[in-house]
Design a protein around this ligand. Structure first.
Ligand code: NAI
Length: 480
């Protein structure tokens, strides 16, 4: 019987392994993690991450062929295939700080695999790693143990949070990279057989190791680039009277461009796009390719510009000051249908408004007060390091309150900032909202979810990314 062990029970390890267990009932799958609270949550009725459809999949397999454990060494030792799905954040210190991937967690996982293994294993890179990481990992694995064969595969994950289960059930493709040696090819076939339980074989792409590693970084860079491209257009739309939704639709119907990832917004977030592009930039620099590095760096610069532009628009519209004014922040997660706040644009927007002394009342249906408090207190790039996964005691920030109801957040507010596209924000009773706000009542829609004309009829002053400006806003100083 094949036994799979996955190191790292996070947003990728948990859902991916749950789906493998569901689709391959004859395979035993154990997900291990050093974070006991995370494992306890996976074994409870309240899973540590919110993901539509995940509860059902876990309930069907947990205790049968899907297990969650902190006994990392035992399960790694027993497995034939070991996935490594640990976090690979941006380095915060030392060489490459602020750009390079921090492979501390990956390396310690690899050393542990080398130490505890007594049988041959296929080691699968599931984490997103710099191209050529497999070479370093191979050295670590083979250095410590003589007589045990480790075969490394790269199998990057392309799921998107919020649709992880649907993506895993019906992936556009599964990518497996391996060495072009007989052992490498044998390992590729073994992993392909696992996915072939439910993925059509023509969607399982097999490449060399370096192509697979680089494809993941390239895919995220291309996706983020589309968002920055449309966001750059949104600034030009506001300046000219064009409507970014009409522009997106017009270009997206071109089959060479396609309609996806063309929604203008306050900016992209999530744990991957920024860190993976920074990582790509660093790799280009290390390979003597500064022009290529600068090209991709611009995708992040435009994203930062978009967040700053949004904050500036809020402040300048409200008579150039938000000091002491209550602003309702609707949505904190980096996108809808997830509770994940890693690199969410809401952090930078809230910090910008707090810098101008606003009072924030924040509501998100899936994000706790503790998480929001921690995010707003944290330094850039610190969020993905396990020490910070430990709960901090909430700091008392009198400028911020977190509430569990949108109307509570909005009561007596001068303005509303919509920062996540949760469906419920489309369907608020905006007449009721208007009546309970200070006047003039402002709505700053960072996700283009509201019906701008309807809200203007009610009496709101509305700013929507990339849409023709309200006459009020046109009279305000231009923002940069
Ligand atoms: P995560 O932070 O949610 O989970 C990583 C887990 O690994 C943590 O629970 C941590 O405690 C555990 N861990 C770290 N070192 C360990 C060790 N030595 N032994 C055992 N457990 C250890 O991270 P997430 O989001 O699941 O991402 C994992 C990797 O997958 C990253 O490289 C990320 O870039 C990549 N990825 C993430 C996607 C996402 O949407 N979150 C999508 C595709 C790839």
């Amino acid at each position: 019987m094949v036994k799979i062990c996955c190191i790292g029970a996070g947003y990728v390890g948990g859902p991916t392994m749950a789906v493998i267990a569901l689709k391959c009932p004859e395979i035993e799958v154990v997900v291990v993690d050093i974070a006991a609270p995370r494992i306890n949550a996976w074994n409870s009725d309240h899973l540590p991450i919110y993901e539509p459809g995940l509860d059902d999949v876990v309930k069907k397999c947990r205790g049968k062929n899907l297990f969650f454990s902190t006994d990392v060494e035992k399960h790694v030792a027993e497995a034939n295939i070991v996935f490594v799905s640990v976090n690979t954040p941006t380095k915060t210190q030392g060489l490459g700080a602020g750009k390079a991937a921090d492979l501390t967690y990956w390396e310690s996982a690899a050393r542990m695999i080398a130490d505890v293994s007594k049988t041959d294993k296929i080691v699968v890179e599931k984490s997103t790693v710099p191209v050529k990481t497999a070479e370093a990992i191979e050295r670590i694995l083979t250095h410590n143990r003589k007589g045990i064969n480790f075969t490394i595969l790269s199998n990057p994950e392309f799921l998107a949070e919020g649709t992880a289960i649907a993506d895993l059930f019906k992936p556009d493709r599964v990518l497996i990279g391996g060495r072009e040696t007989p052992e490498g090819q044998k390992a590729i076939h073994a992993l392909r057989d696992v996915y072939a339980h439910w993925v059509p074989v023509d969607r399982i792409l097999c490449t060399n190791l370096w192509s697979a590693e680089l494809s993941k970084l390239a895919a995220n860079a291309f996706l983020a680039q589309r968002i920055s491209s449309v966001n750059a257009m949104s600034a030009l739309c506001e300046a000219t009277g064009a409507d970014v939704s009409q522009v997106s639709h017009s270009i997206g119907t071109d089959s060479r461009i396609g309609p996806k990832f063309l929604n203008a917004s306050v900016g992209f977030g999530g744990s991957c796009f920024q860190k993976d592009i920074l990582n790509l930039v660093y790799i280009c620099e290390c390979n003597g390719l500064p022009e290529v590095a600068n090209y991709w760096k611009q995708v992040i610069k435009v994203n930062d510009y978009q967040k700053t532009r949004f904050v500036n628009r809020v402040v300048s519209s409200m008579f150039n000051t938000v000091s002491g004014k209550k602003i309702a922040v609707l949505g904190f997660a980096f996108k809808k249908d997830t509770g994940d706040t890693r690199e969410t644009p809401a952090i930078d927007v809230c910090k910008g408004l707090l810098g101008d002394k606003a009072k924030l009342s924040i509501y998100d249906p899936q994000v706790s007060e503790d998480q929001i408090t921690r995010d707003l207190a944290m330094k850039k790039f610190d969020w993905d390091h396990p020490a910070h996964l430990q709960p901090l005691s909430p700091t008392s920030n009198k400028q911020v309150s977190v509430v569990w109801d949108a109307y509570e957040a909005i009561k007596d507010a001068h303005g509303i900032c919509i920062l996540t596209e949760w469906d419920e924000f489309k369907n608020l009773d905006y007449k009721k909202v208007f009546d309970c706000m200070q006047k003039p009542a402002f709505v700053f829609d960072g996700r283009n979810v509201v019906d701008v004309n309807k809200l203007r009829e009610i009496g709101f002053i509305v700013y929507s990314i990339g849409k023709p400006l309200d006459s009020w806003l046109k009279d305000m100083p231009a923002v940069a």
